[in-house]
Ligand binder design. Structure first.
Ligand code: ZN
Length: 215
């Protein structure tokens, strides 16, 4: 049975996201691990982490997931931006692990005219480096499908499937599907016949932003 949840603000401290989810009887919550329009973040203190974990364990929530910064582009062909994105993503991954989140959601990224193949390879390399530098982490990365504006990857199921196939530790990766984006696209251009639903067993989350609930 899917869990019902919502994205909640961390203004005033991460634990606020847990508290704000309570009146809505949420079973899951999503939050940003830090400010989304900045690369850096103040270190989480032990007290902040302990308070968040205490509130989470005392709540009725069964799942908590982070969403990373929109500045990150793990598919960038620009070496400087690519390295900055990896370092920032690892920071978010570490913060998610410390907070005890179950998932960290990320948008695959933009290949910026370097080609889909090159972009998908960059993403897989970035995820491999993240896993290599963060052994034993419990938090799992979820790749979110996108609307495909510009050169953004992730608007075809095949993109997500290829990343899952390329990474060395696919068990540490899953998928977050946004029906408002994925279903209309899937109906207009269904995946080719030989593609398994990427990720039927890898779907960790469904996001319903900007769409009318239909289930
Ligand atoms: Zn998103």
């Amino acid at each position: 049975m899917p869990l019902f949840g919502a994205h909640m603000s961390i203004a005033g401290g991460h634990f606020h996201a847990i508290e704000k989810a309570q009146p809505y009887r949420c079973e899951a919550v999503q939050l940003f691990t830090k400010s989304t329009n900045q690369w850096q973040a103040k270190d989480l203190s032990d007290e902040e982490v302990a308070l968040f974990r205490k509130k989470y364990s005392e709540s009725r929530l069964q799942m908590a997931m982070g969403h990373d910064s929109y500045l990150i582009n793990l598919a960038s062909p620009d070496e400087a931006l690519y390295r900055k994105s990896i370092e920032s993503f690892i920071l978010e991954y570490q913060r998610s692990e410390r907070l005890g989140l179950d998932y960290l959601i990320t948008h695959p990224g933009s290949h910026v005219d370097s080609g889909e193949e090159a972009g998908l390879a960059r993403i897989a390399q970035a995820l491999d480096e993240t896993h290599r530098r963060c052994p034993g982490f419990r938090v799992k990365v979820l790749l979110e499908n996108t609307a495909g504006q510009g050169f953004n990857l992730g608007h075809r199921f095949e993109h997500l499937a290829e990343i899952l196939e390329r990474v060395r530790e696919p068990r540490r990766i899953g998928v977050c599907l946004t029906p408002a984006i994925s279903l209309p696209r899937a109906i207009r251009s269904p995946p080719s016949a030989n593609i398994e639903p990427p990720c039927a067993s890898s779907i960790g989350s469904w996001a319903s932003n900007d769409c009318v609930p239909f289930i």
